[in-house]
Design a binder for this molecule. Sequence first.
Ligand SMILES: Cc1cc2nc3c(=O)[nH]c(=O)nc-3n(C[C@H](O)[C@H](O)[C@H](O)COP(=O)(O)OP(=O)(O)OC[C@H]3O[C@@H](n4cnc5c(N)ncnc54)[C@H](O)[C@@H]3O)c2cc1C
Length: 408
Amino acid sequence: MMMEIGMRLDYIYSWKEHSMIFAMPNKPGEFSRFDFPEVLPAPFNGIWAILKNSEMLTWPEKVKFAIGLLPAILGGQSYVEAQDGLTVKEWMRKQGVPDRVTEEVFIAMSKALNFINPDELSMQCILIALNRFLQEKHGSKMAFLDGNPPERLCMPIVNHIQSLGGEVRLNSRIQNIELNNDGTVQSFLLNNGNVIEGDAYVFATPVDILKLLLPENWKAIPYFQRLEKLVGVPVINVHIWFDRKLKNTYDHLLFSRSQLLSVYADMSVTCKEYYNPNQSMLELVFAPGEEWISCSDSDIIDATMKELAKLFPDEISADQSKAKIVKYHVVKTPRSVYKNVPNCEPCRPLQRSPVEGFYLAGDYTKQKYLASMEGAVLSGKLCAQAIVQDYALLDARGKTRLAQASIW
Ligand SMILES: Cc1cc2nc3c(=O)[nH]c(=O)nc-3n(C[C@H](O)[C@H](O)[C@H](O)COP(=O)(O)OP(=O)(O)OC[C@H]3O[C@@H](n4cnc5c(N)ncnc54)[C@H](O)[C@@H]3O)c2cc1C
């Protein structure tokens, strides 16, 4: 998408080496790597990465897991979708993969993909990610934005919209969806009192906000009723600035495999804007967040420091007798991406709703990627496609409305 709006990718992203790096909870301070060789195409680069790693999976475990994955590789999307009824833990047990692998390896992937543990996450989610890794050479390659998202990601998009005559209004929340007598949308009422009227209405908020603002008349429509199952998952983001440079880290995203934390990175190394040769700034995802979302920031920081003491045994201790916190910032998101538990897939809505002229966009709507920025972008494209397909109908509706307005 960024290339489509004329951005140079090397201006906004810094790509990291093609690896996945996991902390080793039973060997504090050590890491285990899956390195995807550049010379091999997919899926051989991924198979090579798994075969070469001897710390996280034993040979019998690798064989069991590979046999379990065969139907996904051969059966493709229909097999993947059929696994939506099982959690990761249930699927692994069905394949005879020991619980150890689920609890020690797939915990990292589950938390990174959906901020929940393998006993809750739908196996479909893991299979979609693994299929992508096995089908696309760079499917698992990671990049960091070179700076803060509002400047690096949002501003170029805003500039592009404005250059085409569009308008972007900030701090303008939809407060109410006003309806015509026939149940179609008359307007969006904003929290600043402004009223927005259009030929087509796109609702691109998180699913929980849509459910909150859903007009009474629409609640009996099965398309909207199915949204009940889609609920945002709580997650917490923790940023800690330390008084010194931490050594036990990489220029990469790291999977903590800790009970409380998910992925983390030293932003003073991975991100140009936060580069600092003398002090580290760790950004961590604290997940699952369910039990912690209502706790105080200082309780969350204390718990994070206890986990960090295991990841940096020589450099961090929970009582700050080693590295000291200069400042911290805790960002709580009580409802983030939809919780991908079993049997959610049939509840994800298509972008075109049954209400004429009303469309949905957002990562929770039906699209082939997961709850991600990529998925959100794809949903926007599918939404635009539906509007273009409906152009004649929308145009006719717009003309009728104009005619009625001029009669009045
Ligand atoms: C901690 C965390 C880390 C993540 N890391 C990654 C990552 O590394 N890579 C990745 O691809 N994805 C990541 N994600 C997921 C990614 O952020 C989401 O998948 C993506 O932002 C979803 O986009 P969206 O447009 O569907 O929804 P959102 O990005 O949530 O956008 C919805 C918009 O609706 C607005 N809104 C809310 N209420 C109203 C209202 N009443 N009226 C009008 N507007 C309203 C909101 O302000 C928001 O701007 C992460 C998510 C979290 C929470």
